[in-house]
Design a protein around this ligand. Structure first.
Ligand code: ASP
Length: 440
């Protein structure tokens, strides 16, 4: 029989009643055998996520040498959940032990990981399923990247013989043997790793929205739901800020062609979004699949006559950036010009001045200029590549909204067109593109 891996996000763990829904969802299909959970999220809009409470706990531990006070709200959250569920688990003993270990380990990653650990203990008890500690089965390499092969093997042998198992998301075992976390939102990656390890027929990612929307609903009112996305489109959209799913979570499942289904715990019958291998993607007929973007980029514009003939020019410029350890997002170029688009956050601490100085020394440009407060907007869709005139429509729509485009980058895959506009034009630009391609 085929097997499904279900990952439940923070809002699906928020309180005991929601966890009862989660149990109903899992019980409703026998294939839903392996479950990955996040730490409890917000119950209402100004509530605090358990993971954020845990980071404060670690701060307090550092300042005062104890986290006794900061641990209280965490204790209260889990005690309430266990009570609502009527669990037999001795939650007080588990919490006492957790608090003691947080103080003993004195590590930020260990502390942050306890939200997932406690969620998984509770859900395993509620389901009568085996608890598998992610520290025993998810492994990182020396450089902090995931050790996929070792993790897949360990998970496969840990689940062997278990009818159902529950694993905490977000963390694993670092190369030094200690608990190490993924970046924020990383339980999505754990779910994908488990799906790959058990060769799941589908990786279900249960969240609090019914899938991806064609753009940010805070900018356009009730945008269209995206029913199907290819892995490539997903990567583009989530990298550019559509944050339903962690942008790294496709890598483990992509190799094994496992589809991802985004589902809504609070509306389980909604069809959600299915993310399929690019080879199995059937175009929906829409030219554009989705629009996403991010603010706060800095563009370094460089001009030098005969730049194109100067061998090694681009390499010299890029090595200056590399020495500062900064990622470059886009490099649009002309015959005598090139621009480097960099997230402004990465340029703090005088790095920008050092980079400008470095570039001047390395290539002696005629002009070097910095443009700040740039927003990038990606219009993404496989449908765009085969249709003449898509970019003309895009640029016309932006021009009609009276917005000046500062930069254009069309990936050679023709899957996306990225435009750079002023931060202040960001929302209007997205509205204009949406109106043009989705007719509202
Ligand atoms: N709880 C972690 C976070 O808040 C990881 C996750 O939810 O995926 O980032």
């Amino acid at each position: 029989m085929s097997v499904k891996v279900c990952k439940f996000g923070g809002t699906s763990m928020a309180d005991g009643n929601v966890i009862k829904n989660v149990k109903n969802i899992i019980d409703s299909q026998a294939e839903r055998r392996f479950v990955v959970v996040s730490a409890p999220g917000k119950r209402y809009s100004d509530d605090i996520k358990v993971t954020d409470l845990l980071y404060s706990c670690y701060e307090q531990l550092n300042v005062n040498g104890t986290c006794a006070d900061a641990f209280k709200p965490i204790r209260a959250r889990f005690t309430d959940i266990a009570k609502q569920l009527g669990l037999k688990l001795d939650i007080k003993a588990v919490l006492d032990e957790t608090e003691r270990r947080i103080e003993e380990e004195n590590s930020e990653d260990f502390t942050a990981s306890r939200g997932e650990y406690l969620s998984a203990r509770i859900v395993a008890e509620e389901l009568g399923a085996k608890f598998i500690d992610a520290h025993d089965v998810i492994f990182f390499n020396e450089d902090g990247t995931l050790n996929g092969e070792k993790s897949y093997k360990a998970i496969a042998s840990a689940v062997a013989g278990a009818e159902r198992a529950v694993l905490p998301g977000f963390y694993g075992c670092g190369a030094d043997g200690k608990v190490k976390t993924f970046s924020r939102g990383g339980s999505d990656i754990t779910g994908a790793v488990v799906a790959r390890a058990v060769n799941a027929s589908v990786y279900e990612n249960w969240t609090d929205v019914s899938g991806f929307l064609a753009c940010d609903p805070r900018i356009v009112d009730s945008p269209k739901n995206i029913k199907t996305l290819s892995y490539k489109e997903l990567r583009e959209l989530s990298y550019m800020g559509a944050n339903v799913l962690h942008s790294e979570s496709i890598f483990p499942v992509r190799k094994a062609n496992i589809p991802i289904q985004i589902k809504n715990t609070f509306r389980p019958d909604d069809c959600g979004t299915t993310i399929v291998p690019t080879s199995r993607y059937v175009p929906s007929g829409d030219l554009v699949t989705g629009i996403a973007g991010k603010k706060n980029f800095t563009v370094i514009f460089i001009e030098k006559s005969l730049m194109n003939a100067e061998i090694g020019f681009v390499r010299k410029v890029l090595s200056v950036i590399e020495e500062e350890g900064i990622p470059v997002e886009h490099i649009p170029s002309g015959i005598d010009t090139m621009s480097l688009v960099i997230a402004s956050d990465a340029l703090r601490e005088y790095k920008l001045e050092r980079i400008l100085e470095g570039i001047k020394n390395a290539v002696e440009p005629d002009i070097i200029r910095v443009i700040e407060n740039i927003a990038l907007i990606a219009t993404v869709g496989h449908g765009m590549s085969s249709t003449v005139g898509t970019s003309a429509r895009l640029f016309n729509a932006i021009a009609s909204a009276n917005i000046n485009i500062k930069m254009i980058d069309q990936g050679s895959s023709e899957l996306n067109i990225v435009v750079g506009v002023k931060n202040e034009d960001y929302e209007n630009c997205i509205k204009a593109i949406y109106r043009e391609f989705f007719g509202r």
